[in-house]
Design a protein around this ligand. Sequence first.
Ligand code: ADP
Ligand code: MG
Ligand code: ZN
Length: 476
Amino acid sequence: MSVLDYESVIGLEVHVELKTPQKLFCDCSTTFGAPPNTQVCPVCLAMPGTLPLLNRECVEYAVRAGLALHCDIAPSSRFDRKNYFYPDLPKAYQVTQNFAPICTGGYVDVATENGMRRIRITRIHLEEDAGKLIHHDDHSLVDCNRCGVPLIEIVTEPDIRSSEEAVAFLRKLRAVVRYTDVSDGKMNEGSLRCDVNLSIRKKGETTFGQRVEMKNINSFNFVARAIESEFKRQVAILEEGGTIIQETRRFDEKTGETSALRKKESAADYRYFPDPDIGEVLVNKETIARILASMPRLPDERKAMYKDTYELSDYEAERLTADKDLSDFFEEAVKETSYPKTLVNLILTDLSPLFGEDETEVPLSPISLGALADLLGKDIINSNTGRKVLKVMLEEDQDPVAYVEENNLAQINDPEVLQSIIDATVNSNARAVNDYRRGRTPALRALMGNVMRETQGRANPILAEEMLKATIAKNA
Ligand code: ADP
Ligand code: MG
Ligand code: ZN
């Protein structure tokens, strides 16, 4: 037996910080990065005698996320107290929705190597965030700015089967919360973080194994690495005849491995009970209708349109729509060109390495990228020159059409011009020509290299290669 005989079974719990300007139960600001303990008040500091007052805007944000994720919205939901002690939690309980969450059901469709996969969402609940501990060498400090910041927690069914699917799910989820303006979805600022639950089983089995939970992973890359390393660890244990114990593990970004943190706590440990200070959360049909009516075009809708209109693959359309800025950029640029496929290649192959994990700001104008796609599509320049021009455009915002003209970079498509260069090449490289005739195909590359050198890289490569072969055959 080997890793190939096993599959992982993964369920995610994703915490998404809402973009509301105010906290869940008080008026304090939620702005990220303020000096410690400057965005606090008696309510979020849990002073005795204070009472929480639910901020309706947070409820509407949660409903908007739920609708965009195809969930059922509960007409009535409730808040509960989850009791535990930790220095970043002044109340010694977190207000969350355990028994009656605001959204249930729902799903996210993701494109993977094995085609489309539907990941079901079990529930979404509203809850408040805790504060933050800042660790120093011999002491730790508490920053309560984040106490009471509104979150939604999105819990999936154990439908995910690989790190690739987990990341595709998270990308899609982040796209949805960003498109709907529910959250900025920035993983590096903690506005989107994820607990990974993972068990393994032999392929073909239908029951689930014992799961391990890895908490608070805050980058796509770490999620993928945590899954891969935990999968291997569990396989090794079972292969040696051991058993997996249910526990909470920590993923270490430096070693790429997980280590045991604590035995997993069970629901009973938290002594959940309904919060007597907060009333029922009611959401009526009118509210749902109003939110639905204000819903923007979502990634899946754009995706379907791109596939139809521009004949893009699932994968291409998914990549382009994973980020609203990128998708907006594409829609601007595609107006400028009759070669959408070429444009997509430029974006996904040449530009995507420049994107950060949380930002996909494209460092040039959509108009000029569209123009570059046209130059390539119309065979005015070859792909070699295209890459050079793109480099210049990124450095100094050049208009590609003017640049190609001024620098005489247009591709040589004229057979007469090409023929004279090819003849000269064939005549002066007898050895390579003979090698090629004797079946050494790499010799052709050397000859093409010569043609390209003689034309400063401007020869139409397909035409030139055809003519080169024909010339060699003719003179044989
Ligand atoms: P808890 O709140 O204790 O973490 P839940 O029952 O709410 O437990 O499940 C949390 C997550 O664990 C869900 O995303 C669920 O899909 C996932 N999960 C449950 N059982 C398994 C399993 N056997 N293997 C992998 N994931 C699982
Ligand atoms: Mg959990
Ligand atoms: Zn406050």
